[in-house]
Design a protein around this ligand. Sequence first.
Ligand code: CP
Length: 305
Amino acid sequence: QRHLLGIENLTPQDVIGLLDLAEEFVELNRQIDKKRTTLRGRTLINLFFEASTRTQSSFELAGKRLGADVMNMSVASSSVKKGETVVDTAMTLNAMHPDLLVVRHHASGAVDLLSQKVDCAVVNAGDGAHEHPTQALLDALTIRRNKKRIEGLTVAICGDILHSRVARSNIILLNMMGARVRLVAPTTLLPPGVDRYGVEVARDMREGLAGADIVMMLRLQRERMNGSFIPSTQEYFHFYGLDQAKLRYAKPDALVMHPGPMNRGVEIDSAVADGAQSLIRQQVEMGVAVRMAVLEVLSRNLPNA
Ligand code: CP
């Protein structure tokens, strides 16, 4: 494929191929010499219209470790502030002949739109509440490494599903790979038509976590709530925050994940986030490896590759 815009465009074979390649990069990244030359001579631009710690820094490291020149476009100090549109910004950068453009934007569909306007390969680093494909891939890699499989596992995705691109990409990928997906949230934080997603739905944590192998927590995306339903922190933590007591509803060997950024004391308690069942730090490590795999696979379809 030329671009990576969403998990919805991938086949199970694509996913397995990316995870297998990412495994090689996990080993490479633990060595002292982490450099490869696959992307030597190539230019990668990170274009983030929304804040990011994990995704932007891991794409930067991934590009550099594969030998690319990497430029982080500072949107906050760019001509976007003078009214230049997203499309004009991307086309301006495109005129500088990048090979790979990694884009995050607050509007669902914006990255797809940009991909139709530029000559380079485009990676979706998160578009609104639509998709965050590399997050779902790194989550899958983390699950597979720790549970030795994805098929047949019960994965409970808990919290603000309505506004979550991470949830959407994970639902598509986990369903595709044969996991049993359960969404756990109050009705107000579930997307309309959730029954069509091919998932189980639970409105309380005891029911939702019963028999879960993986408990994936999501933060409340207050920036996307636009003054609609915003629960109080205390009330939300009481009913939906993952603490040690609620984690006992899941299987004894259940593992806890969170894409970050975490809001401790809101959707997750520190004792769980930093506890023995937490994979949260490992998810970050897998993020670099998965993004290296994505960049390498896309580079195979670049002109003169
Ligand atoms: N999980 C994730 O996308 O984190 P960042 O917003 O820090 O990139």
